[in-house]
Design a protein around this ligand. Structure first.
Ligand SMILES: Cc1cc2nc3c(=O)[nH]c(=O)nc-3n(C[C@H](O)[C@H](O)[C@H](O)COP(=O)(O)OP(=O)(O)OC[C@H]3O[C@@H](n4cnc5c(N)ncnc54)[C@H](O)[C@@H]3O)c2cc1C
Ligand code: FES
Length: 333
């Protein structure tokens, strides 16, 4: 059985145990969020030994070269000497510039970086509070159009970071960020390709950035954006998206509501049903399309399968699942 060395102690991993679980068992507090290798908040570095390839998925080549890995999905086959990530390697400083309520549950947070961040609209960053709590948020801003970073944060019942951002974070306050991360962004080089963008709730954030990025870059193919929610409260940016559709004739915005009566839907000209069902019914043949799926992980997973079955090539289906631990049944401090 492999062992790890951390903070001058050697720890033996139990069968099937991940490095994160082993460190927690030993009383260490390692930041984490999704525990499925998606959000990168738990990233650590191996000083000695090679972490398995699967625990480095989603990291940049430079990070892989330096031995960074994700302990939540790491079951090493050889002994490792590991450490927390270097502050200078991983974190940058931002200041909260503006906080605005976009809907009953979603707020927009604008951040100013201390040094320019090179990113693509639709990638995500990890935002770290002073006490170390860290969560992933997608970038709705576009580097060529916006001066600041823009995030859309949905308030979740009992959620630590989202409630803190909504209720306590003050404009002017400094935070740390890690990133940019992820490959869910507009891929240049095929401007005529039709694009299908599907997101629910704050899953609109990366798609809003991505659509504006594609259009500003001269994308000529149709860009269909389906934004879904159960209730009208969950939709936001309707005016901005309609304005975008007015400005670009190849941009088509389709709001979708799955749990509202006809009258409420008609008031905002929304279609009936879940965004992915409406989108895939409208576009049954997706060969040659670029497909982007963001937000609620089960939606992302099933829509990916359906888009593939409708003919989209796997490498042209890019996703941003908002993986998080479902802690609703556990007591919280
Ligand atoms: C790549 C990536 C990008 C992301 N981008 C965004 C983004 O742009 N905007 C955004 O708002 N979030 C985004 N998230 C989710 C975000 O990182 C946090 O997980 C989220 O804000 C919750 O954090 P929290 O600390 O408030 O909640 P936590 O304290 O971590 O707890 C989660 C809370 O939500 C509950 N919960 C779990 N699942 C559900 C569910 N399906 N419905 C309702 N409650 C649930 C839990 O029980 C618990 O109370 C992203 C996640 C990933 C991995
Ligand atoms: S990647 Fe490890 S906690 Fe999310």
């Amino acid at each position: 059985m492999a062992s790890i060395e951390f903070a001058d102690a050697r720890l033996d991993l139990a069968p099937q145990e991940t490095v994160l679980e082993c460190l927690e068992q030993a009383g260490h507090q390692i930041p984490f969020s999704c525990r499925t290798g998606v959000c990168l908040t738990c990233m650590m570095r191996a000083r000695k030994g090679a972490p398995p390839e699967g625990s480095q998925t989603g990291l940049r080549p430079g990070q892989v070269e330096q031995g960074y890995f994700l302990p939540c999905v790491c079951q090493p086959e050889e002994d490792l000497e590991i450490e927390s990530p270097g502050e200078a390697d991983v974190f940058g400083r931002v200041v909260a510039l503006e906080k605005t309520q976009l809907s009953a549950t979603v707020c927009r947070l604008r951040l100013r970086t201390s040094v320019p961040l090179f990113y693509h609209a639709g990638q995500f960053i990890n935002l770290r509070r002073r006490d170390g709590l860290m969560r992933a948020y997608s970038l709705a801003s576009v580097p060529s159009l916006d001066d600041s970073l823009e995030l859309h944060v949905k308030r979740l019942g009992g959620g630590k970071m989202s409630n803190w951002i909504h209720d306590e974070l003050e404009v002017g306050e400094a935070l740390d960020i890690q990133g940019p991360n992820g490959d869910c962004y507009y891929v240049r080089g095929t401007p005529e390709r039709p694009l299908l963008l599907i997101g629910n709730g704050s899953g609109l954030a990366p798609l809003y950035g991505l659509a504006r990025d594609a259009l500003a870059d001269g994308h000529t193919g149709p860009v269909h954006l389906y934004h879904g929610s159960r209730t009208a409260k969950g939709l936001y940016y309707g005016e901005e998206l309609r304005a975008l559709a007015g400005q670009w004739e190849n941009f088509i915005y389709v709001p979708c509501l799955s749990g509202e009566a006809d009258e409420a839907r008609a008031a905002i000209a929304a279609r009936a049903g879940r965004a992915e069902d409406v989108a895939l019914a409208d576009h049954g043949e997706l060969a040659g399309w670029g497909v982007y799926l963001c937000g609620y992980p089960p939606m992302v997973k099933t829509a990916k399968k359906r888009a593939f079955l409708a003919g989209a090539e796997l490498q042209n289906i890019l996703t941003d699942p908002y993986e998080m631990q479902d802690l609703r049944k556990l007591p919280r401090d």
